[in-house]
Design a protein around this ligand. Structure first.
Ligand code: CIR
Length: 261
């Protein structure tokens, strides 16, 4: 029986030079392009090492944040969904992903109202959490929940702490029974039925990790998180994300991953 983090394929998009102007919540300095490109390339290699076959799309210079392919779309074994990103500068990204999705998926559904970002969607074995955020509104979340029914998936709409960009900025699925989450999110009760490993205080920015097959990608700046997760049986891969973190990157948002049927 395949597990929800057993993936065969992923779609990524290489960063363009404009990526250094990507959105960021804290208004900090630009990353260097060389750093963003190197960290993205290392991320791609890590997914390949985890056993995924990659489709790497060309950069989109008009869309600085287009490397974060998991915000304008979602993919599942049963099909894919084009979303409607909540940041105005990212609105055009979904349409530009359509050709790649059509190559791989028989079904490409599209959000028909509201806004929703894939970063606010956590697929779990028994349900899909959709977090409300500055990017995902109630109308978009409800519209997405209706679309997911067509894939046999049950969605639950949840609140996201106001200080985080996306739901998955503050939590990640580790295995079929376990979630990593910041204390604030863990205490909100949305993970009922799961074991929750709390991110150590001060390491909240490291809560986004990525489980893919037997590998678990963790930020190199968060050894305490890697330590906590070492009990979970996955092979931990530490990845630098110093430069891409300046434009609020997480590991989950830089790829669309699925298991081909
Ligand atoms: C943005 O603000 O949209 C990008 N700079 C970062 C998006 C990261 N995506 C994610 O957390 N799902």
């Amino acid at each position: 029986m395949p597990r929800i983090f057993d993936f065969t394929h992923a779609i990524l998009r290489r960063p363009g030079a404009s990526a250094v102007k990507g959105l960021r919540a804290g208004g900090g300095p630009d990353p260097t392009f060389a750093g963003v490109a190197a960290e993205h390339a290392a991320y791609a290699r890590a997914l390949e090492a985890a056993g995924l076959e990659l489709t790497v799309l060309d950069p989109l210079e008009d869309f600085p944040d287009a490397l974060f392919v998991e915000d304008p779309a979602l993919v599942f074994t049963a099909g894919s969904v084009l979303l409607n990103p909540g940041a105005p500068s990212r609105a055009g990204e979904a349409a530009l992903l359509r050709p790649a999705l059509e190559q791989h998926f028989g079904q490409v559904l599209a959000l028909d109202e509201g806004h929703a970002d894939g970063g606010d969607v956590l697929a779990m074995p028994d349900r899909v959490l959709i977090g409300l955020s500055a990017r995902t509104d109630r109308i978009g979340a409800a519209a997405l929940a209706r679309l997911l029914v067509r894939f046999g998936l049950h969605a639950q709409v949840v609140e996201t702490p106001s200080e985080v960009l996306h739901l998955k900025t503050a939590c990640s699925l580790i295995d079929e029974e376990t979630v990593l989450a910041t204390r604030a999110l863990a205490q909100s009760g949305i993970f009922s039925g799961y074991r929750v490993i709390e991110v150590p205080e001060g390491d909240e920015a490291g809560a986004n990790v990525l489980r893919a097959n037997e590998h678990l990608l963790v930020g190199a700046a968060y050894p305490a998180i890697a330590d906590l997760l070492s009990q979970c049986g996955a092979h931990i891969v530490l990845l630098e994300n110093r430069e891409i973190a300046k434009i609020d990157a997480g590991f989950t948002c830089m790829s669309l991953r699925w298991r081909a049927a």
